[in-house]
Design a protein around this ligand. Structure first.
Ligand code: FHN
Length: 425
């Protein structure tokens, strides 16, 4: 299997045109790296069943059965202003929302088929249009997560690893499906104003297919040159991709099995994870990460020079569950007091350690002590730095010891992240 993936990755690369990002794309990449923290939203007709976004495949529901869901989907409590305000309150700078997940159901007013929230549900509104307008109003950028994998479209054929029980005919024209996908992407990049990027998912379903990604990526960059392209294919980035993403792991790790690749090259990095274990709304999933866990996730990601995209799965009525909103607001409070050590930083002079990470700007180094009980902490040289202090200005004793620096940590520490800031000389 791995050999196939390698051969096809090579083929895809060889077949691809060389990609030179435009100046506006490069500027967008800098903005993306400065942003550091975003809100992932998995929302679709599957939320009606309250059992996650894979319910169609897990319950082996044929299309005919799954098509009975949209008439039950009427999220009248959806309020774009509330969602965008919540993201801002959490200290997030962008939102990435599912325009279409694997079930093929478009959460926007597509004209390519009737399998969408406007034509198929009593809601009749276009939530992505409302969200795009609200994001512009509140100064939050908007990405669309778009699944290349499709369990509904008859031309997604041959089938891949999933979607084998949907009852679709055993025939179809995959290129015609990709034309359909490109037409929907054209709608998303034409009718919704400036879009910060497209977050692809699902190539892993058919590693041996010709996904025509160079054609699709060229389309995106032609329509909106500043739009950043990323793909959750778990392979090394292809030409045309503008950031490398990881899932349920820090960059270069593979504890969750979703990020088989390491950090390759110098593209901006982003990792994503959930507050409980589910991406789409799952009423039974109470395995919640604490606010401390989530803040430390943001900090550790920043220590790897990566963004953290934290997910919510809204309910079928259009609201976000309280366990999530409480955590998001608590994270925002912490970011309000410590944000200078995260926003607009890059990975620090010392790589991530068990005790914590470092971040840096052009003039400062931040040492994030996340898990260290002792009074003294020795770290490798941080370069020419001085004036060690906490963010509140309290001085921190520091001495050089060979090529290391020794900190005497304050007895009273931040229970989540004791940030020591130093000036670069
Ligand atoms: O199958 C999807 C899953 O539903 C979810 O969208 C995650 C988010 O990164 N990506 C895939 C699993 O790797």
């Amino acid at each position: 299997m791995k050999l196939i993936a390698l051969l096809l990755a090579a083929a895809a690369t060889l077949g691809a045109q060389p990609y030179t990002p435009t100046p506006e794309n490069l500027k967008a990449r800098e903005w993306f790296q400065d942003a550091r923290f975003g809100l992932f939203i998995h929302w679709g007709v599957y939320s009606v069943l309250e059992d996650g976004e894979w319910v169609m495949n897990v319950r082996k529901m044929p299309v005919s059965e799954y098509e009975q869901l949209p008439p039950r989907f009427n999220p009248t409590k959806f309020n774009a202003a509330e969602w965008v305000s919540l993201a801002k309150a959490a200290g997030m700078k962008y939102i990435t929302i599912t325009s279409k997940h694997h079930d093929g159901f478009a959460m926007f007013a597509t004209r390519q088929n009737k399998w969408n929230i406007v034509d198929a549900t009593p809601f009749k509104r276009d939530p992505l249009k409302e969200l795009a307008e609200e994001c512009r109003k509140q100064g939050i950028k908007l990405f669309f997560y778009h699944s290349q994998l499709d369990w509904h479209h008859p031309d997604y054929f041959p089938r891949g690893r999933t979607g084998q029980t949907t009852g679709r005919p055993e025939s179809g024209d995959f290129d015609r499906y990709l034309d359909f996908m490109d037409a929907q992407l054209t709608e998303l990049l034409t009718n919704y104003g400036p879009i910060a990027g497209i977050w692809f998912d699902g190539m892993w379903d058919k590693r041996d297919a010709n996904w025509r990604i160079d054609q699709t990526y060229r389309l995106i960059h032609r329509l909106q040159p500043a739009a950043l392209v990323g793909s959750n294919h778990h392979l090394k980035p292809f030409p045309g991709e503008d950031f490398q993403m990881f899932e349920k792991d820090l960059p270069g790790k593979n504890t969750a099995g979703h990020s088989a690749e390491s950090v390759i090259g110098t593209l901006p990095l982003e990792t994503c994870d959930t507050i409980n274990k589910a991406w789409g709304y799952n009423a039974k999933d109470k395995s919640l990460k604490s606010t401390k866990d989530l803040i430390q996730y943001v900090v550790r990601a920043a220590g790897y020079g990566a963004n953290f995209l934290l997910n919510v799965g809204p309910k079928p009525d259009g609201t976000i569950q309280e366990e999530f909103t409480v955590r998001l607001r608590e994270i925002g409070k912490w970011m309000g007091a410590h944000g200078e050590s995260i926003y607009s930083t890059r990975g620090g002079p010392v790589g991530p350690r068990n005790w914590g990470v470092t971040t840096q700007t052009a003039t400062k180094v931040y040492v994030h002590v996340l898990d260290w009980q002792d009074e003294l902490l020795a770290v490798p040289s941080l370069g020419k730095v001085n004036n060690a202090r906490l963010l509140n200005g309290q001085k921190v004793e520091m001495s050089a010891s060979g090529t290391s620096v020794l900190f005497r940590l304050p007895a009273q520490r931040d229970g989540i992240d004791t940030v020591i800031v130093l000036d670069k000389q």
